[in-house]
Design a protein around this ligand. Structure first.
Ligand code: 13P
Length: 256
């Protein structure tokens, strides 16, 4: 059974004081035993603040990016050991904003995911097609290639540590969510792709949906058999809205 995973991706939002306030408000209102595993990915500058503020709570911290090298002459980069030291358990890699705005290739994403897995951290590898690609009937081709080439080339991938996120670019920050049916169709395709890549381990990989997830649509998305959680941008910035998403994410819907 795959435990549902909800990840708040703050992108480039919130300073440390705001991060602390979010953590306090969320932890106060969160029930004792949420059905889903909960993770928040703040900017690097708030990671340690959140790691401290959330210690002992059900919420773990993640980074939004990482370097593939462990140390050295890489000005402006942050390495996997640095994230581990701060208490990061997860890290998003290959978000469409990084692919589009910072020219990250599938190969770069794959190297980052490999570095994370080797150190025992859990990569959240993002894939997703643009609106033009969907309209051109290329969704399967695009996400299939991204999956195949963005996953780390490892002999035995630690499948339970690997997370894939399907984030259709046309649904990110637009308020237009993929319908549960549209999302399930791609998630099923990704699961099949994972089976070809890693065999039985594919059943352990959590595949998250991202793109305008909110408290109203989370339940119908989670009811799909191959949707194991969500990567949430805008609706995760307010603690109450994230808490409602957590409350509306029911464990029995996403088990397999
Ligand atoms: P929104 O939830 O704001 O659409 O963002 C999705 C996303 O990019 C999460 O990584």
């Amino acid at each position: 059974m795959r435990r549902p995973l909800l990840v708040a991706n703050w992108k480039m939002n919130k300073n440390r004081a705001e991060a602390r306030a979010w953590a306090e408000a969320l932890v106060n209102d969160l029930g004792p035993d949420p059905a889903a595993e909960l993770v928040v990915a703040p900017p690097f500058t708030a990671l340690e603040t959140l790691s401290t503020a959330l210690s002992g709570s059900a919420v773990q911290v993640a980074a939004q990016n990482v370097a593939s090298a462990a140390a050295g002459a890489y000005t402006g980069e942050i390495s996997v050991p640095m994230l581990a030291e701060i208490g990061c358990r997860y890290c998003i890699v290959g978000h469409s904003e990084r692919r589009a705005l910072f020219s990250e290739s599938d190969q770069v994403v794959s190297a980052k995911a490999a570095a994370l897995l080797e150190a025992g951290l859990r990569p959240i590898v993002c894939v997703g097609e643009s609106e033009a690609e969907r309209k051109g009937g290329q969704t399967a081709e695009i996400v299939g290639r991204q999956l195949e080439t963005s996953l780390p080339a490892m002999e035995t991938p630690a499948a339970g540590d690997l997370v894939v996120a399907y984030e259709p670019i046309w649904a990110i920050g637009t308020g237009v969510t993929a319908t549960p049916g549209q999302a399930q169709e791609v998630h099923e395709f990704l699961r099949e792709g994972l089976r070809k890549i890693m065999g039985a381990g594919a059943e352990q990989v959590r595949v998250l949906y991202g793109g305008s997830v909110n408290p109203e649509n989370i339940e119908s998305l989670m009811a799909q058999p191959d949707i194991d959680g969500a990567l949430i941008g805008g609706a995760s910035l307010e603690p109450e809205s994230f808490r409602q998403i957590v409350a509306n994410c029911h464990l029995e819907n996403s088990s397999s």
